[in-house]
Design a protein around this ligand. Sequence first.
Ligand code: UDP
Ligand code: MG
Length: 326
Amino acid sequence: MKNRHVEPTDPLLSIVIPVHNEAEVIPLLLNRLFLVTHRIGGAVELLFVDDGSRDNSVALLLQARRHHTGIRVLQLSRNFGKEAAVSAGLQHARGRAVILMDADLQDPPELIPEMLGEWQRGADVVLMKRRSRAGESWFKRLTASLFYRLINRISEAPIPVDTGDFRLMSRRTVDALNQLPERNRYLKGMFAWVGMTTVTLEFDRDPRLAGKTKWNYLKLMHLAMEGITSFSTKPLRVALILGLLAATAGGLFGVWEVLKALVIGVSTPGYASIIAITTFLAGVQLLCIGLLGEYIGRIYIETKQRPVFLVAEDSGLENRQAIPQL
Ligand code: UDP
Ligand code: MG
């Protein structure tokens, strides 16, 4: 994909917000956003990406669009997942700077002017790092920290700890991201891979304001697997190492048994140890095959070359008349 040509009519800033069943927070979100965007000297595009919401999120947004300029609603054809929704937003955003934030007000909009300031001083990426994680259980915090430690060991571009998708990116950073063609999109890793001059600001992440989280541990596990497999092939080497270890241990054990038989004769029936060793090795083999399968499955999905998302409707900025009747 080619880089977007910047038009003089382009907004200064796009705020990309993925929305999946967020009707409960949208009125509040809009209020807080307007309070902030009014103070920014330049056009702001509020780009909401509706990720197949089944409540009246879209109706609320389109209604707000009648009274306020600058709201744009991109409706995906179904629920594609947050990573796809964000990708859609990044491809359609027109701003010279783009801010990504969640709809649930866990990322306070009040920080936007500060982020813009850093960008105007020359930063390409303004990363928002959580000082605290209010409203998250110790278990989530523990698993998150373990995951970061693991992934930063194996991936070439370290993923900053305690940062989410809340960030500002310059036009050239967004263009660079839009050029990454993969279908399995692990955004945190992709952000890290792109790099660019980065400034980190700290903030206190609020608990979700209303509604409930769309994440569960199964989804998080999936995301973790995605993160590991899309940024490193090192796990494949685990099979090699395990194989080497098992072969060495088996060989040594064999030599030991032969020597023992020569000196004191065959005495041990060895039934239990055979069962233990074979089941253990069978388990290791299945694990390694499963790991291989994870990579092969991803290759399969990439080769299909399907788009990451489908846009059903783009209520853009220009044609304000074309608002669908509700
Ligand atoms: N989201 C989305 N598609 C999904 C799930 C979530 O666009 O399939 C959006 C959601 O509306 C919110 C953001 O992604 O704006 C973060 O979701 P959530 O707050 O549920 O995640 P958490 O903050 O608990 O990690
Ligand atoms: Mg949230």
